[in-house]
Design a protein. Sequence first.
Length: 159
Amino acid sequence: MADIQPFRAVRYNFDIAGDVSLHVCPPFDVITPQLQHELYDRSPYNIVRLELARRGLSDDPYERAAETAQTWKDSGVLKHDEEPSIYVTEEEFEYRGRILRRRGFIAGVRLEDYDQEVVLPHEGTRSEWVADRVRLMGAAQSNYSPLLVIYRDDLRSSV
């Protein structure tokens, strides 16, 4: 069984950033150049600026993302929660003409070797995507793309 722990999240300060729906973006690996442009235009605080920072003529996009995050923290757009928590989530989306709801939580999880079979990797995980995310996490000392983990809950105890 996975060992999960509460953690202190960094979240948008709604008093400064406003409507969070303007700041969300899909996973980095599905963002086209056109969509990236639209997300940049949607809000100066859209998370795409951290998740998939634009490359300048000579700068490093990972360092640019880290600098942007630090600027947002310094200006109060992003703030650390005072207490560690496990964060309950609910997402509503349309799929094949149906409105679906996904409930879950965000928590810290102990990393284990794959051979321990505590958390199994997605069968389609591409090594270049993993390398990209590791570079971003190294530069920013943050993870903007939490892992999506599916677990069995036959007792429906988490609902």
